[in-house]
Design a protein around this ligand. Structure first.
Ligand code: ADE
Ligand code: ZN
Length: 332
């Protein structure tokens, strides 16, 4: 099964590029930029990753990314991830980035996006991995700042396939960003947002995302299982869910494997992803292996999860079909 998973053509749809910043690169960028880190070794740094819910994780996440300063830093970050992805036979990735986590500390938007974009082009040419960028707004900042970020992104619209919403969900419902999402849609961006697992008002937040905002996808979202009407809506609209089992195991009480099984049985387009693999240890291959182990999934079921993912990508039909054909070829 391990070999089957390794060889299976895979797709990653929920991956925060800042969450791929491994301690080794953090040290290297700290040295490069003259920033002293309060740890002597990689082991010491990892030992300080002490979190058990979303807010405590986010504190470590935002602290860690302060070493990212220049265009080459963002290039190196994305290139390191894409090399790892290629080594796991990830054929296509949609990658979140958090511009406000950088602009809020003085790093210009164009530095961030130019570095990421250059890595995506090089990875496609050199590694054969395709990727697109999704720009996330930080929901614990004001909606006006999100709108300003959206406007700042417009000159780079061709480099960004859609927008997302992340960071601390508590007290920051989708409705807060209704106008931002409306404008993003008008500008041609596709729409997703985090509906993090087991949040306060999870059900109402998912309802707002689906009914009021009209998202094209939901990040996480397993809590739809608590409301049959939401399951019906998600099925009727054919919405995909980007689940992240290892991440769930860190910020909630479990990987939510049984929920993922139920979603599969209901015919929801559920997918398996890695979220922040430098912090919740496991890239896509380890996440797929974890869910296989928990649910004893068959080869056909594992292939179906990857089919779901390629099907809900924000790629043109002919590219979706090409990746789906790679899965068929692998199975035969
Ligand atoms: N930012 C990075 N990872 C996140 C997650 N899992 N949920 C919300 N915001 C995030
Ligand atoms: Zn996430």
């Amino acid at each position: 099964m391990k070999d089957f998973i390794a060889g299976l053509p895979k797709c990653e749809l929920h991956l925060h590029i800042e969450g791929t910043l491994e301690p080794e690169l953090k040290f290297e960028l700290g040295r490069r930029n003259g920033i002293d880190l309060p740890y002597a070794t990689v082991e010491e740094m990892r030992a300080a990753y002490d979190f058990d819910d979303l807010p405590s994780f986010l504190k470590v996440y935002y602290e860690g990314m302060q070493v990212l300063r220049t265009e080459p830093d963002f290039y190196d970050l994305a290139m390191a991830y894409l090399r790892k992805a290629a080594s796991q036979n990830v054929r296509y990735a949609e990658i979140f980035f958090d511009p406000q986590a950088h602009t809020s500390r003085g790093v210009p938007f164009d530095v961030v996006i130019r570095g990421l974009r250059r890595a995506l082009l090089d990875a496609q040419a050199q590694l054969g991995v395709r990727a697109q960028l999704i720009m996330c707004f930080l929901r614990d900042f004001q909606a006006e700042y999100a709108m300003a970020t959206l406007l700042e992104s417009l000159p780079y619209k061709e480099w960004i396939v859609g927008v997302g919403l992340d960071s601390d969900e508590k007290g920051n419902p989708p409705a807060k960003f209704a106008a931002v999402y409306e404008r993003a849609r008008q500008e041609g961006y596709l729409l997703t947002m985090h509906c993090d697992v087991d949040q306060e008002n999870s059900i109402e937040h998912i309802r707002q995302a689906v009914e009021d905002i009209g998202v094209d996808r939901i990040d996480h979202g397993v809590n739809i299982l608590e409301d049959p009407r939401l399951v019906e809506l998600v099925l009727a609209k054919g919405l995909g869910l980007t689940c992240c089992p290892i991440s769930n195991g860190y910020v909630t009480d479990s990987m939510k494997a049984e929920g993922i099984r139920k979603l599969m049985d209901l015919g929801v387009r559920v997918t398996i992803n890695s979220d922040d693999p430098a912090y919740f240890p496991g890239y896509v291959q380890e996440n797929v292996a974890a869910i296989q182990d928990a649910l004893q999934l068959t080869e056909q079921e594992l292939a179906q999860l990857q089919r779901n993912a390629f099907e809900i990508t924000w790629l043109p039909r002919h590219l979706k079909d090409a990746y789906l054909a790679e899965i068929d070829a692998y199975l035969s």
